[in-house]
Design a protein around this ligand. Sequence first.
Ligand code: SPV
Ligand code: MG
Length: 569
Amino acid sequence: MNAPYQLPAAYARSLRLREMLQSNQLEFLMEAHNGLSARIVKEAGFKAIWGSGLTISAQFGVRDNNEASWTQVVDTLEFMADASDLPILLDGDTGYGNFNNVRRLVKKLEQRGIAGVCIEDKQFPKTNSFLNGERQPLAEMDEFCGKIKAGKDSQSDPNFSIVARVEALIAGWGMEEALKRAEAYRQAGADAILIHSKLSKPDEILTFAREWAGRGPLVIVPTKYYSTPTDVFRQAGISTVIWANHLLRGAASTMQAIAKEIHSSETLVNVEDRVATVNEIFRLQDAEEYSTAESVYLSSASASRNAVVLAASRGAGLEAVTADKPKVMLPIAGKPLLRRLVEAFKKEGINDITVVGGYRADAIDTSGIRLVVNEKHEQTGELASLACAAKSFTADTVISYGDLLFRSYILRDLVESDSDFCVVVDSSQTPATGVSSTDFAYCSTADDRALFGQKVWLESVTSSAGPAGSAIAKTPQGRWMGLLNVRGAGRERLVAMLEKLQQRDDFDKLDMAALLNALVAADEKIEVQYVHGHWRGVNDLDELRQAGDFAHGQAPYGSNGSGSSEAGA
Ligand code: SPV
Ligand code: MG
């Protein structure tokens, strides 16, 4: 069965306004003048909004004399229509020109989902009815009827409403003229008549309503005769009451009081509890919807992520080339190792990068990174350096050795892991071929290179701090690359573990492998992602040369380097 046909949103709003105008119970429109107030009107329970010319002008800080252009008004209405799904009746002043301007206005309002427009029989540019009303020239009646007809002929949504506002009482032309004009406007096609009065009593409105005798919906604006009980309007057969400017006036009084208070007291302490909380503003802006959408539409790679790069060492075996710089600043195919690493992080959307320097930290290029220095780098090891970056775990974080080069998929797959801890292990390297006796990894399953969908867990890593458990007796399944991803609640647990290890006497000697082993010993699950080559570390001059070849092999097509000599390719 087909779903029932849904009216497009603009139709639904125009239909709702039309039904309000035609209903036989008294209805109310509440003024709004921007997106925020439109939202507030909706939340208060109103069924529709009055887009007041006075208050939209006032929120711009200009007069109600068509000083704001009609397109500026329409742009404001668009924000209001976005912030609230209520029907909006625009106070369209005189229609901003002649019949032709009204035609264009109606088209543009329909396009922005506005339900109707009220136009008044004065001359452009208008002045607010409560400012020297009797001196204000009225439009010629037939000319105004032409505007109404032009508007009705140009609407494409049959439910769009045009309300004709009679200013004869305001301008002092008398009841007879008001009734004559209202009838002419009704015959020209107006969907309702707004009869306006500036008296403090509702007398002329009630007389008008009696004489009008229900020929069509009547709309009123009781700003001046505000003390009239609402039931009086009900009994007079009024269709709709407009509360025309009270949100703006309320906001003005509050802003004046708060500005004065803060200016004179030079503190926020007296006002904080008397104003909406910042969280309430976020709620009104629908900030939560943004967060939900972010989790749906932003790829996990571009969500906020950090990186911590361990770069404190000079590089044992590299003394000949590191007299004036740390290992991470060694050029590989013309570009420092660290720069290559930073580019790899940035490509993965990781922009918050903390580098822990030590030896010749002054020679580290700090563009695009935050440098923290392990001042005791000569006497301490990797964990002491990591502890210097403990404040950087403000989001999911990749911890990385500083001397790594790798193909980009390795980092991408690592950050996409949903485990709290995840490491990359190269199954192509075993102690026989490896150059280092540390960082070999024992895992729950060996890499048979067809482990898709099956998780592998780390059991231990060979560490300079000594063998971890009994695993050392077996053959390791590969070599830990020096990349650890920490996500979610794992971050706090990692920092806690680091603090715990800091209590140990041998903390200064501990390396990253010791941290991984301590986590495993504390029953943490550390996921292993296997790779088979596709990366380089730099631990001696030979590896430095191989890293250069690797970098050339990774150079973009069309650039100078185009080799392909890399490990395990
Ligand atoms: C407005 O709200 O801009 C109106 C109503 O036109 S009144 O200010 O009462 O004329
Ligand atoms: Mg107005």
